[in-house]
Design a protein around this ligand. Sequence first.
Ligand SMILES: Nc1ncnc2c1ncn2[C@@H]1O[C@H](COP(=O)(O)OP(=O)(O)O)[C@@H](O)[C@H]1O
Ligand SMILES: [Mg+2]
Length: 250
Amino acid sequence: MAIQRVKSKWAKTKVLLLSEQLRERIPVTKRWNIPELEAMLDEHGMVYVKPDQGTFGLGVVRVEKNADLAYTYQTGTVPQRFGSFDKMAASLQKRIGSRPYLIQQGIPLLTYDGLRFDIRVMVQHNPKHVWETTGIIGRLSHPQKIVTNYHSGGVPMAFDKLMQPHVTQPQIDSYKMWLADIGKSVAAQLQTRYPRLKEIGIDIAIDESLRPWILEVNTLPDPYIFRKLGDKTMFRRIYRYCLAYDRRMK
Ligand SMILES: Nc1ncnc2c1ncn2[C@@H]1O[C@H](COP(=O)(O)OP(=O)(O)O)[C@@H](O)[C@H]1O
Ligand SMILES: [Mg+2]
């Protein structure tokens, strides 16, 4: 039977929220509506608004309530500023139209050389049919972008390198084990609802206090970003596992 893919971020988030252990790692996420946007901005100051079924960072918007009570949102490289919440929300609503969108608590990402980065954790069924975390990689954002996706100018980079300005090497090593565990828990939780999953790619934000947050889970993760690393060890295993469960490679 074919490998299972699930497009709706909302559906996947709901399954993850059923796990008590994972719940605290998930930013507050709501379905798009204007009163909710206002409440979320009052609460969090910064939110991400994104298509329920998006990929590649397309259609993702970062929205902020500023100290002077003006509002800004940004999709591409240029932030747009509005004098009131209503004007901002009306403009955003026009952009979204009737498509299903989500509002998510914004996580202030850790930076490297002044650029934001987040993490992709690859978890796969290994040849023994057991979930295994096979890859952890960072993605450094393009200086002007609000997303880190490779297809939006993000640069894949070694996790260790991105973390070195923040913590010691032994701390990096234990953080990686922590991420690997979170990855396996996410896979196991999703599998309760989606039994034919074989691979997932989890986007994890690390905030300024080094707390990990699950931004989204991809069920058709790109293995090739791991090939961008100088060290091909992770990529080789990822690729081998893909072939073992008959994933059709591009
Ligand atoms: N809640 C958030 N806080 C901070 N950054 C976010 C948040 N949601 C998304 N992002 C940024 O936008 C990127 C794309 O969002 P994501 O939810 O992964 O959608 P896509 O399916 O398009 O990849 C993420 O990799 C991250 O860099
Ligand atoms: Mg993503």
